[in-house]
Design a protein around this ligand. Sequence first.
Ligand code: IVH
Length: 682
Amino acid sequence: MAESPGSENLNARVAALRQQIQEHNHRYYVLNDPTVPDGEYDRLMRELEALEREHPELDDPDSPTHRVGAKIEDGFDSVVHHTPMLSLANAFDDEEVAQFDQRIRDQLDLDELNYLAEPKLDGLAISLRYQHGRLALAATRGDGRTGEDVTANVRTIRSIPLTVSDSGLPEQFEVRGEIFMSRSGFAELNQRLKRQDEKPFVNPRNAASGTLRQLDPAITADRPLRFFAYAAIDLEQDQDSSPQTLTCQSAVLQRLADIGFPVSPLVQSVSGLQGLLDYHARIADQRDALDYDIDGVVYKLDDFEQQLEMGYVSRSPRWALAHKFPAEEAITRLRDIDVQVGRTGKLTPVARLEPVFVGGVTVTNATLHNLDEIRRKDVRVGDQVIVRRAGDVIPEVVRAMVERRSEDLAEWQLPSHCPVCNSRVEQVEGQADARCSGGLVCAAQRKRALEHFASRTAMDIDGLGSKLIEQLVDQELVHDLSDLYGLDVETLTSLDRMGQKSAENLAASIDRSRRPQLGRLLFALGIREVGEVSAQLLARHFGTLDALMAADTEALQAVDEIGPIVAGHVHEFFNEAANRAVIQKLLDAGVEWQAEAVRETGSRPLDGKTFVLTGRLEQLKRSEAKGRLEQLGARVSGSVSKSTHALIAGADPGSKLDRAESLKVPVIDEADLLELLAGLEQ
Ligand code: IVH
């Protein structure tokens, strides 16, 4: 075909656009570090689309404009893997990891081994074949030998390069890794599905798997799949090796990252058994904070020659091991559903379960959230259910195994009256939550209110736990918050499991709580939707309790970050005669709030610094230390990480001290802290 004048320029422009778009994709989806605004990216994309439309002869199936292809008509083709996709041997405790390390050291006759440690991503394994620099085939693992051709769907994943340009690469190679969905992407997707009256997915892994097996790539393109690469195979060399004869796993991952593939940032080189176990502990610590699910870590002997020498046993390599975290889901029987009444009267159905070991602890109760959830999950008493406990979160019933239900089980009904005070249960149209209408008449609501009042972030009354509150309310010693300040040592010693010494300590800590910062007092009152932060903002803004109590909703909304809903709750709370009476009684009982110190911006010398407290402080209360640090702009966190500014260690410090030392985080004691505070608080 005769080329029209200027076609050289045109060719160059199209090539440049494709190149730029690919680079922006890489920066955005792989490095999380875009260098152009979205508008600029869209402009490049539109220009390329227009040129390709006007000049069909320049079109290219691997152009970034063709991520989303046509529907797949007759299901997925099978693909025989060039090299089988293997599985990993599992270890569930340190002992099994020690045996793994010992076995290799014995066989290789070495004292200490170098490993590459990686997170074990909870998604689906995928094999990506590149031919002449182009993504030619993407296949699922299937049974390890034969998988399914899901190329059309994988092409829609923006972090997976459609082309790789590097002259040093073999003509044919495969990149293997895991496709998964982030937790946030999963939550958003499920919200969307619910809005469209479609069935939500049970967990991110199922969502990733369902999405990858969509017959319409347009649907896949619209759902947030992610990918991390963890292996490469050079198909030219016809053996387990890597592009460009690299000699170890760490070099392969580095190279994959260099040519544009996403690689987990948590991958680390470690040595020896202790290195493996430390890595496991480190990743376990970070697990909850990650935006994607991992179910353990994987250890791989780094050196390929050593790998070759170790070989394989059945379907798994002897040079790798998956060190799993305790399972987060388990199956058990639902014995009964009880109803708990919360601080604001909200009724929460609670599952009573046959005890089951999950997420590292034995679980007997789990939340069912509300009636809507029970209906949606079709959970019935007597069912086998899946229980989930991730990290420190409250265990929940994920779903009923309806497929195992053998007999007719009745649907569960919400009680019409509060199980504690027998007041009517109210269910507002269009709202999922049902509430007990009893207010502070309801003993359950009073108990929860007292627990909240006494809690560490509220009035911080040491030693006043839920068991004691239970007794105080049941024996009618405490009716409202202010009655706490009328308790004497003698009354306290009359309680179950309360000796003279503990009674004296409790009386002293009740006494000490009489001078709270205004923000804390406000938070402690338990106004709906008023958390620690909004309480403090309100306190700072109004300065005094009287001013706050007198404010109308308009004045309340003048506070930064206080919207109409919170303003409405605050206003309503202070207008309720019963609440005003309790506040008056608190003041009469000697509770004296303290004005919030207002620091000018610019005088927050600890801004951006994070501190962690451990052990017992002798001179300061923990809450005071925390409050004063925060006043100076610091954040006080519960766990030590590399970015912790300092660990403040009191007497009998816990494991946080070991962790700080291993991460080389500075450790200071209480005297240092006092000195630091004194120096900064003028
Ligand atoms: S390596 C020869 N590395 O775990 C070893 N697998 O049981 C092959 N997985 O099907 C796998 N994260 O889906 C490897 N960093 C990681 C992994 C990982 C998750 C999955 C993968 C595989 C299964 C093996």
